[in-house]
Write a protein that binds this ligand. Sequence first.
Ligand code: KG4
Ligand code: ZN
Length: 359
Amino acid sequence: MNDLILGIETSCDDTAAAVLDTEGRVLSSVVSSQMAAHRPYGGVVPEIASREHLKNWPPVIEQALEEAECDWDDLGAVAATSGPGLVGALLVGLSLARAVALARGLPFFSVHHLEGHLYSPFLDAESGAARRVPDAFVGLVVSGGHTVLYRVEDWRVETLAATRDDAFGEAFDKVGNRLGFDYPQGPYVDRVAEEGDPDRFDFTLPRFSQPWPHKRPEADPAGESLNFSYSGLKTQAIQHWLRLQQSGSTDPRDVADLAAGFRQAAVAQIMERVQRLHDRRPIEHLAVSGGAAANRLLRRELEDWASQVGVDLSLVPLDYSGDNAAMIAHTALLRARRGESDDPLEAEAASRVSLGGVV
Ligand code: KG4
Ligand code: ZN
């Protein structure tokens, strides 16, 4: 493959396009947020997302090409997210990429959204070449839809643990919604938590004796799974909040303390899983990604832990933590280097699609 690669991402509520060179250097990464269109509804409305993508893709792609100082003739490949996500939203970006590949005779890549996140910590924040992906690493993806630990070896991806119910970011959104923040609430809860006392409210750490969704000897040698759960934590936070309201609370410190306690417990759960995994088989390299990998406390705790135990840590640059198309083009590039590509006529959008054995 020569020249530049165009990535397109429309799996949810962001219309994104990016241009990377063959070194994985991000020449442009444009993300057009639809937040304003969805905000009145308190969450993403699938029908609106599709319509917004249809409206947004021409200027977004134009801007991506312009910022990369290139035009269509400079493209050597095109990639788009094919799932998981909202099917109507995925179809917009995927159909577009298929059409471009067919019309221009370019190699085409259909990319798994979570694989995009998984390798995104190796993108360079300063527009340098992407760093080499280690032969073996543990990937942690924390987003609004997923909380997953993967083991990646020679490009084989295996799921070690996933959430049984709510995702990390989703729990932040739901608790933040009760606290009165606008969608997406995660970043607000994180910011307010910086000012609060995390030890004022009690939260418990869930652990499971039953492996789920499937037993893996490495993940569950003692029959105890590494899976996550955030729904109980969310309920505990909401109950604390209801009690505060019944007591007539109007002190802004209450919101800050509650957010801080909830965030501390949410992050502690991740650190506990990572530590247990490390105890079972030492982690050499941990790569952390996903929209919620922007969480300040999570980043601080992971950095402290990694330097204490001597684990190499790659934290996704904040520019590429939320949904973006640079990570999609990057994953396609990694596949292109291995001699892989996809048939644009065969590509299909799917709302649920497995990566590493778990959908
Ligand atoms: O990866 P992403 O952009 O979209 C999905 O694929 O889900 O992740 C968005 C999620 C939302 O739930 C958002 O509230 C959460 O990530 N998030 C955060 C923070 N920044 C974004 N959650 C906690 N703390 C943050 N700083
Ligand atoms: Zn995502």
